[in-house]
Write a protein that binds this ligand. Structure first.
Ligand code: S3P
Length: 438
């Protein structure tokens, strides 16, 4: 579907509770499915990606019942397979567009003597899985894959505990290895080159699995064999979804919005730190803990003029999903904003580095790219353009934010991709834009 986005004619005002965190939702559903007993989950993100995980664990024998659907998301009751393990499904499991579903499942399945085939959509079938299957093979799991890509046939079994030194900081890889480690005798240690999001380390203890950290910088370990026990989880609002509304609030003059209940886990808030450096008016009122995660209300005001910054290699894992929208913000900042060490962007739902550079150029900006870096010159007056999200949800939303401050109409093709993480995005944006005219 082609969306014809329009410039904002009023500031954004009011309050919106963005939907549940995608990473936390996947983990809550998956860990409940692995656990003995019945878990109650609240505020689970109702999106295509999380539906992929729900459908996958159902095919593997967990019982998932939707008991409600509140303003914050799905209420689910999940009875896990516990010590019996997953059942062998007759058909391949379709992970859709969801890298988290595929990679985490590889780790879960590695420790069970089952034969399961995982597949995904066109985008997911291009994304590298060797980063997960290779270390799992060292632990003893067997995979048949076409050059490290989906579809992958998994034959799990008895694993041996292993020390893993990753060459990329990836929470998906770390989580897959820790989940496999739960099934092994002894300690499975994962050491990363940088700090990736730590939702797994925070949530597993609630399911009765202690996770050690601090053996070395950016390390986490589990001792096995161990079994998960059911628990209840309330999912906080997603900072990566909030980022699009934050960006809109920052860029549209005179905006003043509040986004309550957002997870402000330090492994996810690099975006806010960079915005502060650029001179944006974004405040955080810290609240309670929810689902092992600290939450807060974000207060955002129109912030132009902004100034440029350099986003360094160490910061990238903490804002990896926000780079497309940060690049849009950079186009409004005075000077050259540089993003370093962002080769990972090339293997997300699309090649986001090439795509964002192309979109900003089409909108009239000057950008430069290298294999693993991007520079955006600002401030630049965005013009009209025909853009394509490439079926990538974060590009569709980043381009919508650009359109709010563009001087002419912007069309965004394959806009339905927003359903992957934020199906209500346009409604929430409209609500904030309309509050001002009421
Ligand atoms: C995720 C980790 C990140 C992130 C993705 C979700 C997770 O990927 O980009 O959207 O839930 O663990 P990597 O682990 O590949 O960096």
């Amino acid at each position: 579907m082609k969306y014809h986005a329009k410039p904002a004619t009023a500031p954004l005002t009011g309050e919106v509770r963005v939907p549940g965190d995608k990473s936390v939702s996947h983990r809550a559903v998956l860990f409940s499915a692995m656990a003995q007993g019945t878990s109650h989950l609240q505020g689970v993100l109702d999106s295509a990606d999380v539906r992929s995980t729900i459908d996958a664990v159902t095919a593997l024998g967990a019982q998932v019942t939707q008991t409600g659907h509140s303003e914050t998301g799905l209420e689910l009751e999940v009875t896990g397979w516990g010590g019996d393990g997953p059942r062998e499904p007759l058909e391949a499991i379709d992970c859709g567009n969801s890298g988290t579903t595929a990679r985490l499942l590889l780790g879960v399945l590695a420790g069970w003597d089952r034969h399961v085939v995982l597949q995904g959509d066109e985008s997911l079938s291009r994304r590298p899985m060797g980063r997960v299957t290779e270390p799992l093979e060292k632990m003893g799991a067997e995979f048949e894959t076409r050059g490290g890509l989906l579809p992958i046939s998994v034959r799990g079994g008895l694993l041996k505990s292993t020390e893993h030194h990753l060459n990329i900081a990836s929470a998906q890889v770390k989580t897959a290895l820790l989940l496999a480690g739960i099934r092994t005798e002894g300690r499975t240690l994962v050491i990363e080159p940088g700090a990736s999001r730590d939702h797994t380390e925070r949530m597993l203890p609630a399911f009765g699995i202690p996770v050690g950290t601090g053996a070395a910088a950016n390390s986490a370990w589990v001792d096995g064999p161990a079994y998960l026990t059911a628990t209840d989880v309330a999912v906080p609002a997603d900072p990566s979804s909030a980022a699009f509304l934050v960006a809109a609030g920052v860029l549209v003059p005179h905006s003043d919005i509040a986004l309550p209940d957002v997870a402000v886990n330090p492994t996810r808030t690099g975006f806010l730190k960079v915005l502060a450096r650029m001179g944006a008016h974004v405040g955080v009122d810290l609240g309670e803990e929810s689902g092992g995660e600290r939450v807060g209300t974000l207060h955002v005001r129109g912030s132009l003029p902004l100034h440029s910054t350099t986003v360094s290699a160490e910061e990238i894992p903490s804002l990896i999903d926000e780079i497309p929208v940060l690049a849009v913000i950079a186009s409004a900042a005075e000077g050259t904003t540089r993003f370093e060490d962002i080769a990972e962007l090339r293997v997300k739902e699309s090649d986001r580095l090439t795509a964002v550079a192309g979109a900003l150029t089409a909108l009239g900006c000057t950008v430069r790219t290298g294999e693993d870096w991007l520079e955006v010159d600002g401030p630049c007056a965005l013009g009209s353009a025909e853009l394509d999200s490439l079926g990538d949800h974060r590009l569709a939303m980043a381009y919508t934010v650009a359109a709010l401050v563009a001087k002419g109409p912007v069309s965004i093709d394959r806009f339905e991709s927003v359903d992957v993480s934020y199906p209500g995005f346009l409604g929430d944006l409209q609500a904030l834009l309309l509050s001002a005219s009421e």
